[in-house]
Design a protein around this ligand. Structure first.
Ligand SMILES: [Fe+2]
Length: 408
């Protein structure tokens, strides 16, 4: 749906701007001056940790620990499944059903990868158990919670999340997921940083009045957890696999932090859709961007309302992008008879012309001025996505023929 060259240009240009979050936050106990001597009541020093993007040249946060965060007792390799990717050849669209991903394990061990490339790995998780303490040292992690609820504990503090929440965990943030119920979620691991689209922000970083969401819609961790514990294991993901660190002290011993680089949640219901008298293309639905990709969401909204409007997407050939869509809620009018259901994912690759399914175009004109209650999350990548071989287990065969008109 999202192959506009202007979007590609914007995303590429944005790679030079590494703005983590527009909001400056100050949480818990912090010193009057940054990089100053910050002491407890007994006169001993706190340990300051800088978490900065692009080395020391972009957005950052300063966290103040009770103990040095670098005191490592042990370091060992952990065997983990290596994802086997295959080219999307012969070039085909794909349809996967995440409802077939069985609940098992935790958000780290039970990821069911669907596809990926050097920029992003997209998967689904149906987690039932608390995750270990974990940090991804190779990627930002963006979750979209489809079902369930969880408490997310991080080095910055805790967030309670539920259906419709995006949760962004910046690269390097130690955390753990504690599902309250089975947590079913999309998981995107991005090599570059995920952030609000630059075009939604002023030169000084404030959300513009024309943006579909604002600072008021973003939820940051409530406060530092201040955990005191010794001999704590943390799993670290790198490009080589998983490493288990054992730290002398718990990494959640932070007493306060400030800055612009921190995890946050944003609920899709807080995205205010931009509608029009005629078709508005997918860029109006954009929610985040990262190098070589954009994220969009389609939310309940008024359909095109001019009496001559065609309130359904045109056929499109994705000249510059592979299109990954997760169908979260609703009846997906334009996909009638395709096999797409709640929780399905489609991959429509560059070079494959697609659009509304047979039967839906003729009915579209009747929908002028009506509402749609559909909710979908889309990732468009500007480099081809490869297929995880394991994803074949939840794939619906024959999707490639689903645009062919049926006579009976
Ligand atoms: Fe599309």
């Amino acid at each position: 749906m999202f192959s506009a060259a202007d979007a590609l240009g914007r995303a590429l240009k944005s790679t030079g701007v590494c703005r983590a979050m527009p909001n400056f936050m100050k949480v818990g106990e912090v010193p009057r001056k940054r990089f100053s001597q910050f002491r407890r009541e007994d006169g001993s020093l706190y340990s300051t940790e800088v978490m900065g993007l692009e080395g020391f040249s972009s957005d950052f946060s300063l966290l103040h620990h009770r103990h040095p965060p670098s005191s490592l007792l042990a370091c060992e390799a952990v065997s983990s499944e290596r994802i086997e990717f295959i080219d999307n050849h012969p070039l085909s669209p794909h349809l996967w059903h995440t409802a077939r991903v069985e609940p098992a394990g935790d958000t780290v061990s039970a990821r069911f990868v669907l596809c990926g490339n050097d920029d992003v790995v997209a998967g689904f998780v149906s987690a039932v158990a608390p995750s270990p303490l974990y940090r991804n040292a190779a990627a930002d992690e963006l979750f979209y919670v489809h079902e369930g609820a969880a408490r997310l504990e991080t080095i910055f503090g805790a967030l309670d999340v539920g259906p419709g929440d995006y949760v962004l965990l910046p690269k390097g943030v130690t955390h753990r997921w504690l599902p309250a119920t089975t947590l079913r979620a999309l998981v995107f691991e991005t090599t570059g940083h995920v952030k609000p689209p630059s075009r939604y922000l002023s030169a000084h970083g404030q959300f513009l009045q024309t943006a579909p969401y604002s600072e008021l819609d973003l939820r940051a961790p409530a406060g530092p957890l201040q955990v005191e514990e010794r001999g704590v294991e943390v799993l670290v993901r790198t490009r080589s696999g998983l490493t288990r660190y054992t730290f002398e002290r718990h990494p959640f011993d932070v007493v306060g932090w400030f800055g612009c680089n921190y995890p946050f949640a944003f609920n899709i219901a807080d995205f205010s859709p931009i509608t029009g008298s005629f078709h508005r293309p997918p860029p109006v639905h954009q929610v985040f961007e990262a190098p070589q990709m954009v994220f969009c969401n389609f939310v309940p909204r008024m359909l095109d309302y001019d009496s001559r409007a065609m309130p359904i997407p045109s056929f499109h050939s994705n000249v510059d992008s592979d299109e990954f869509i997760f169908y979260a809620e609703g009846n997906f009018f334009s996909r009638r008879g395709s096999g797409i259901e709640r929780g399905s994912v489609t991959l429509h690759p560059a070079g494959h012309v697609h659009g509304p399914h047979p039967g839906s175009v003729d009915k579209a004109a009747e929908r002028v001025g009506q509402r749609t209650e559909e909710i979908a999350v889309m990732l468009d990548t500007f480099r081809p996505l490869r297929l995880a071989r394991r994803a074949e287990a939840i794939e619906q065969s024959g999707y490639v023929h689903s645009w062919t008109a049926r006579t009976s």
